[in-house]
Write a protein that binds this ligand. Structure first.
Ligand SMILES: Nc1ncnc2c1ncn2[C@@H]1O[C@H](COP(=O)(O)OP(=O)(O)O)[C@@H](O)[C@H]1O
Ligand SMILES: [Mg+2]
Length: 359
């Protein structure tokens, strides 16, 4: 039967910790679609690894149901052990065996467990897995002689050698140095797409999540607080936590007025849509790159507020211009040609369709 590659429902897991219970997973549910990269994103300790381990069968949840490709693997009274789940996994530390060569490492999952794979087939499968991750020709090399990026790809080959229905990746790039990590993002996403393997990805790195995912679930304290495409999560954060965790955001407290307007201490702003029930307290969230800075007062433009430049930081392809507005400092991202210096008066335009209204 072909069902959803992965369906998780009502997952809960608590850990005893010095007399109290840490609720590592607190009613988590999500569905992963065929061929996508579905990402659990959140700060350290929010329950990402625990959730992934529950899917892998390395952790027994207290409650909940996990279905992999139409087969129930976890439910009250039912627990399929990890080796009988149709999954491949790459951990943060790749867990590559230093005393084995590349071939032996990749072949390892085929040599343990119940289903003995014939020798000839082992060779074929390993060769195709290594080819898939662009490591063909490296079979005889010791694993320790590979670069960080190559070890990363070997770990991936090993996870794929059993041709799993589902690939689980737990912070697979976090051990690489910054430059390689960035290159591997694109490489991993491309590989995943070529292989078409449905992937559950775990990371605390928002750039990684935004650039690689089909969909993202943002987690906070054991719960999923928002699910959506990278664009949804970035441009329409559902909570202040999401806006703050995923990228840099400026916040402005306000109160809804009639007709899609929100009153704040520095003025009233038009927002897209109806803006919310009149009288409701809201927070306006605006991304640094969404603020348009004017060095002359714009005439007839709505949603403009005056500020004073605190500092201008050149960061190469743009400048980060910090502007004091009332008693807050706004972070804005501007073209490097911006002619403004600290102490200058400027006008910040907040386009209505770039303001997120958070209830
Ligand atoms: N085996 C364990 N024993 C006790 N507490 C644990 C255990 N595993 C995880 N936790 C706790 O559960 C919470 C979630 O951990 P984890 O799932 O590893 O988070 P993340 O991967 O998002 O950093 C943390 O508070 C962590 O300390
Ligand atoms: Mg973790």
């Amino acid at each position: 039967m072909t069902g959803t590659p992965l369906a998780v429902h009502g997952l809960r897991k608590g850990f005893a910790d010095r007399g109290t219970t840490v609720q590592a997973i607190d009613d988590v549910g999500f569905d992963v679609r065929e061929g996508e990269i579905y990402t659990l994103l959140g700060p350290s300790g929010c329950g990402k690894t625990s959730t992934l381990r529950a899917v892998a069968g390395l952790e027994r949840p207290d409650e909940g149901r996990i279905v992999i490709d139409g087969t129930v693997v976890t439910e009250t009274g039912c627990f399929v052990p990890p080796e009988r789940r149709d999954i491949g996994m790459v951990f943060q530390s790749y867990g590559i065996w230093p005393h084995m060569n590349v071939f032996e490492n990749a072949a390892f999952p085929l040599k343990v467990g119940r289903a003995k794979v014939p020798k000839k087939e082992v060779r074929q499968r390993v060769e195709s897995a290594l080819a898939a991750v662009h490591l063909a020709g490296y079979e005889g090399r010791m694993a320790t002689q590979l670069s960080g990026g190559q070890q990363q790809r070997l770990a991936l080959a090993r996870a794929l050698v059993r041709r799993p229905k589902l690939l689980l990746l737990d912070e697979p790039l976090s051990n690489l140095d910054a430059k390689l990590r960035q290159a591997m993002r694109a490489e991993l996403a491309t590989l995943q797409q070529e292989l078409g393997v449905t992937t559950l990805f775990v990371t605390h790195d928002q750039d990684e999540a935004l650039s690689m995912s089909s969909r993202i679930a943002v987690m906070q304290a054991g719960r999923i607080v928002q699910e959506g495409t990278p664009r949804d999560v970035y441009q329409r954060p559902a909570t202040r936590f999401v806006a703050d965790f995923v990228g840099t955001t400026n916040f402005l407290d306000g109160t809804c007025a009639a007709g899609g307007r929100v009153e704040t201490t520095v003025g009233a702003f038009d927002v897209a849509g109806d803006g919310g029930r009149a009288g409701a307290d809201v927070v306006l969230a605006v991304r640094p790159e969404s603020v348009r800075l004017h060095t002359d007062e714009p005439v007839g433009t709505p949603n403009v507020v005056k500020g004073e430049v605190e500092r201008v930081m050149f960061v190469g392809e743009c400048v980060d211009c910090h502007v004091r507005v009332g008693d807050a400092v706004w972070v804005t991202r501007q073209d490097p040609g911006l002619a403004a210096r600290s102490g200058d008066g400027v006008w910040l335009e907040l386009p209505a369709d770039r303001i997120s209204v958070i209830a």
